[in-house]
Each structure stands twice: as C-alpha cells, then as structure tokens.
Design a protein around this ligand. Sequence first.
Ligand SMILES: Nc1nc2c(c(=O)[nH]1)N[C@H]1C(S)=C(S)[C@@H](COP(=O)(O)OP(=O)(O)OC[C@H]3O[C@@H](n4cnc5c(N)ncnc54)[C@H](O)[C@@H]3O)O[C@H]1N2
Ligand code: MOO
Length: 412
Amino acid sequence: MTDGKGASDLPVAAARQRLREAVAPVAGTDRVAVGAALGRVLAEPLIADLDVPGHDNAAMDGYAVRGADLAAAGEARLRRVATVEAGEAPGRALGAGECARIMTGAPLPPGADTVVMQERVAVDGEAVRIPAGEAPGANVRPAGGDIAAGATVLEAGTRLGPAELGVIGSLGRVEVPVRRRLRVAFLATGDELRGAGEPLGPGQIYDSNRYTLHAALARLGVEARDLGRIPDEPEALAAALREAAGDCDALISSGGVSVGDADHVKPVLEREGQIDFWRVALRPGRPLAFGRIGGAAFFGLPGNPVSTAATYYQLVQPALRRMMGASGDGLPPLLEARAAEPLAKRPGRTEYQRGVVGPGADGRPEVRPTGTQSSGVLTSMARANCLVVLEAERGEVAPGETVAVQPLEGVL
Ligand SMILES: Nc1nc2c(c(=O)[nH]1)N[C@H]1C(S)=C(S)[C@@H](COP(=O)(O)OP(=O)(O)OC[C@H]3O[C@@H](n4cnc5c(N)ncnc54)[C@H](O)[C@@H]3O)O[C@H]1N2
Ligand code: MOO
C-alpha cells in the first residue's frame, strides 16, 4: 500500500527503466517509397553508393580559375574560354591564363580549383580582370563534401523526418527499408462519456481523450486502431482488450485505472494478462498502469485529460518509439528557465506543470504557468509551449528560481 503521498509509488526514472526493459523493437521490415516514408524508422543503416555532390562545383556565379593564376598584387588578366552551366559537363581543361564563366552548381572544368564571384570581376569581352586578394580554392564545393561514397549516412533506428528524407533523396533512392508500422489500439472507458454530436445527459461529458490519443498516435506514425468508448463494465473491457491484443503491438486505455468502484482496468489487466507496475510518482498521472495482455504491451492511462496527455508523452510515447525500433526516447532535452511566478508543489512526485516559456525582460528564458494546474483542465495543456519539470523532492518554487522546462512544440 502507499501512504497516500506517493512514497511507495514507482519513481519516474524507474518507470522509464522498467518500460525500456519490458518492450523491444518489432520484427519485420517494409520497403516504402521515399515520398511515403515520413515518420518511419530506418531498418538498416543507409550507406552511400555515390558522392554528393558528385563533382567539384561552383558555390557562386562567377569565374572558374586556376588559383595559381591569381595575382598577389595588382590584378590578374585572364581570358574566358568557356561557359559552364549547372547540369552541363565540365568542358575542356583550363590552361595557364584561362578562365571559364561558371554558374552556381556547375562542375569545375579540369585545372580550375577556384571560383571568383562575378561581383569582384571586371569583364571586357573575353578579357576578365580579377583584382588581388581573391583566395585560391575559394567558392568550390568539393565532390563528396556532403556525403562521401561508402559512408554511413543515417544509422538504423533513425526516425525519418524532412531532412533525412531529403538526404535519402540526394542519393537518388526510390525506396527505403523501414521497420513495419506499429499497430496500436486505443480506447476510452467511462459511463459518463459521450461522443461528439451526441446530446449530454445529466453528469455526462464529452470524450476528449480519444482525440488526444488518436492525434498523438497519428503524429507518431503508428497504425492507430480506435476501439471506441467502453462502458465501466469489466466484461466489456476485457473483451475489447482480449480481441485487440490478438493483432496489436500495444493497447492504450484511458480512465478507470484508479481505485473507484467503476475503475476496472487494473483488475481486468491482472485477470487477462500481467501487471508490471501500477502507480508512478508523477503528477499528473499517478495511477498509470503498465503490463501485458497476450502479445501486446498495455498502458492504462489515468482518465483526467491532462493526465492522459502527460503520461502518454512522458512514458508511453518513448516506449512506443522503442517498439518502432527508433533510437532514443524522442523527448526534447530539458532547458533551464527562471520561474516568473510561484509554482505550487509538494515534495513526493515529479510534476509536469504546463507553462509558457519565452524571453524575460533581460532576454533570458522565463516560464510562467498556464493557469490552474488541475489535471482536469486540458486548456492548460493547449495553451502551453512547454512542461515545467519539477523534481520529486522539490517543494514550492519561488519566483526567480531556476527550473527545467521541456519544450512541447511539435511533440504533442
Ligand atoms: N481515492 C482516490 N481517488 C483518486 C486517486 C487516488 O489515488 N485515490 N487518484 C486520482 C488521480 S491522481 C487520478 S489521475 C484519477 C484517475 O482516475 P481514473 O484513471 O480512474 O480516471 P476516471 O476516474 O475514469 O476519470 C477521471 C476524470 O477524468 C474524466 N475522464 C475520463 N475519461 C475521459 C475522457 N475520455 N475524456 C474526457 N474526460 C475523461 C472523468 O470524467 C473524471 O472526471 O483518479 C483520482 N482519484
Ligand atoms: O495524477 Mo492525477 O493525474 O494527479 O490527477
């Protein structure tokens, strides 16, 4: 039993460790078109089979010259013998005293090792005059300067975002080997829940957690299966979970995981599978349950809307990423900011308070809470651009104290 203050709850770091040990990357890979690979996880290292760029080329529009021809004093007088556009072959080699008009991206003619920007040059017909002071070797992008043939460009486990897909594109690949998509089912429990468009009876509320979960899973790039709203009835919950466990890698529920008379998640998990841990020393989200049903990892998230969002973000998503085969937990690094207002906190649990971080009067990062920190106030999350991470042992935070913040932008 706990003492009610969280003293025997699992510390957050221990919960993360247990999750890392309990889940493993799924087997199976797909080959998908590069254009359809956003958010997927690279299944094999990407080894370059060519140099990028493939040839020494000009970084500026100007004149390709031999560095040896540049003047140390006065000016160099060169003769333009060719023009090279991007996409053309480099043309014939430059001899002493010769230069070529060249455009950005065009391959350097043999013999040239320098590009002089056209703004620095006086041109009279084929005569090109270059004042002293130009550096030999300047404005050339060497072959293989971005990617050298044979190099490992991206490691297995890389989650593919716009930059990574661009890199793969620069190698001319048509398809990319990725881990198979994770299948994740989610549901909301609660007799009080109604769906959008339905009239509300007395004491009823609209289900918001399924929207939060669905959006978070969609952004993560898993195949999300919506099991809908399940009444507070153990048999209904057990049947839904048993069925979904047959073809999903992970199951996520929201609500019913605390100690109320209608909280059936934990007993159902104990009966239908195994419970690994229940109750984590974090706020919001303390009654979180984790275990296994059949072949699927099971995450029972507390029903309070902020608790659902925060536990998903802090604990579930890192575990799902691991199952996807992605390296790292994907959580942004913690940054330091000054508290602009007092932050209520009692020692015992790690807290994730919702805040807005931005530059203070002195330009240094300053964070203020987004109003009421109740786990039922979901607008506190929607208005936040960061979570203020307060260590378990910490108490009330006074204005001016340094706190850790975790940027939320683009993550949840
Ligand atoms: N005696 C105790 N009571 C509670 C404890 C405790 O330790 N002892 N813990 C509290 C904490 S902390 C949390 S968090 C909640 C979590 O409880 P449940 O996971 O059982 O969640 P529910 O009771 O089902 O719902 C809590 C709250 O959230 C609303 N809710 C639920 N699902 C949704 C949804 N899909 N969309 C929108 N809102 C939802 C629900 O109506 C309740 O208001 O337990 C505390 N109690
Ligand atoms: O952990 Mo509960 O989420 O504090 O309200």
